[in-house]
Design a protein around this ligand. Sequence first.
Ligand code: ATP
Ligand code: MG
Length: 400
Amino acid sequence: MQSVIVHYQEIALKGRNRSWFVERLVSNIRAATADLGVAKVRALMGRIELQHESADDWSELRARLARLPGIANFSRAVRSRWDIDAIADTVLGELEELQVESFRVRAQRADKRFPMTSPQIEREVGGRIKAARGWRVDLERPELTVRVEILNDEAFCHLRKEPGSGGLPSGVSGRVACLMSGGIDSPVAAYRLIKRGCRVRLIHFHSYPILSHTSQDKVAEIAELLTRRQLDTRLYLVAFGEIQRKVVLAVPPPLRVVVYRRLMLRIAERIGRACGAMALVTGEAVGQVASQTLENMAVINSVTSMPVLRPLVGMDKEEIVREAQQLGTYEVSIVPDEDCCTLFTPKHPATKARARVVDEAEAALEVDAIVEEAATTAERRDLRFPSIVAQPDKRSGTSG
Ligand code: ATP
Ligand code: MG
């Protein structure tokens, strides 16, 4: 049996909620690794131990843990008896096939009853390594750091820390609904909230069959990538083409983009409330495109009483692109596609829409009926990781 020791950071600070946060992380790790021969995942004195059967799946296991929100770092570790001789022997066994110039030992006692202090353990184990291997001790810039963690009736030794993705475990912060366009920004916005422990529902507006279903395919692929991080995702696909036709008949060209956005936000609010979301999320950034002025944002925002979170609001496009590349969504986002908001859209949208003028233009539309119809006929898909189970064509609208 092999062990992996998982460290969390931020969740260690959460006071009375702590055990609940840790349990959530434990169950997320269990779910994310369910098909990889993992025998046991348990919380253990401020860290989590994962026991698995073979080393074969390590690269896959490592990739999955690295994606999971709430993990600061993790390491493959070997267990040792609660005894300094056993610990030193275990460490020397682990080092057998290694050759380095310099090293240091870092010890940590979660259980202070251990008869030696951490510096004493470091000196003792370090001395034996030096004697056995002749390596130089370097406390500042060692080639290798040997870590020893003393728990209450066992110890763990490990040699390499893998970085986790940080943040909070998925599911501890409640639900939000993200307006997902399939462009570069909204997947990054959704991930920002996933990383803060939110379960993020995705809502996509498409103009199929007036336009191709490329945008839906892209969003489905992005949803899969995000599901590898939050483990389950609900995606709503809302038919928006007919709504746009109605807008075209009723609304002067310069105001159309703002009206589309207001309708999207109202429909998203309606779906979001029905699925328990406490806020909406968009990928907007101030001034990124002509329609994303503060004036327009205010006029768009005013149709909903739900908080609208814009995690990218102050970011440059290059910064967002870099994040999308790290996240792995960039390649999907740049696949050419006809955005539904360019449909029936004039070359020069209003950059400073005024609320009163937009309200008057919308008076010609049956807004409530449009919102109700769009929300209740939305197609819902549920995705899960590891086994991604899509349930297309489930016309259950907004329930759950
Ligand atoms: P993105 O890269 O996310 O498409 P963008 O820079 O293209 O963003 P806009 O097209 O102006 O920006 O859209 C701003 C935000 O409005 C998006 O980030 C997204 O949250 C929402 N949005 C736009 N179009 C759609 C759509 N078809 N379906 C769902 N949400 C959308
Ligand atoms: Mg877009």
